[in-house]
Design a protein around this ligand. Structure first.
Ligand SMILES: [Fe+2]
Ligand SMILES: [Fe+2]
Length: 180
């Protein structure tokens, strides 16, 4: 049976590797070197398409189970939902800036760096926070039947960095992450 906690931990590892590749290309972009735009774009798309649409909703589904098992532990649940919503807004803003930069809005280049760094910082903090505060609360409160109930959702792997065949839009990012 799929272990949802192990899936989340593995995903966090891939997300951290993606953030390193993302930061490298952001550094190149800031230093006016030629970044690998495919990796840069892949990283930004990954935040929105995989993290906002897949990784976080499955954590939110675990929150729903947690609310049932530990109704008093609402602070962790509310904090997590707030962080997910803030990260989604931040990624959407970065997508809009990246699209504008692609259309030659030179004045927005420094906005891209600022917003990208802010998202990087927030993501690293978020992953650490979840591992220190959210995952332990899940493992100490949820019952085996809860994990069994949600396992099917985790069996559906959507992570483009774990998929075979590879989604072409993420090929460059996968190559960069593989070199880490
Ligand atoms: Fe999360
Ligand atoms: Fe997470």
């Amino acid at each position: 049976m799929i272990d949802p906690m192990q899936s989340l931990t593995d995903e966090h590892e891939r997300i951290r590797a993606m953030l390193i590749s993302f930061e490298t290309e952001l550094d190149h972009f800031e230093q006016a070197q030629k970044p690998d735009y495919d990796v840069l774009q892949g990283s930004i798309a990954y935040c929105q398409e995989f993290l906002d649409n897949w990784h976080h909703p499955r954590e939110d589904a675990l929150v729903a189970l947690l609310k049932r098992r530990a109704p008093k532990d609402t602070m962790t649940c509310e904090e997590l939902e707030m962080q997910h919503s803030k990260l989604a807004q931040s990624a959407a803003k970065l997508v809009r800036i990246f699209e504008a930069v692609e259309h030659d809005a030179h004045f927005l280049r420094e906005n891209l760096v600022r917003q990208g760094r802010s998202l990087l910082r927030d993501y690293r903090w978020h992953l650490d926070w979840e591992e220190a505060n959210f995952f332990p609360v899940l493992t100490s409160n949820l019952l085996p039947e809860d994990f069994q109930q949600i396992a099917a959702r985790f069996a559906d792997t959507a992570d483009p960095l774990a998929k075979n065949p590879v989604d072409q839009r993420y090929r460059a990012l996968l190559g960069a992450v593989g070199d880490i």
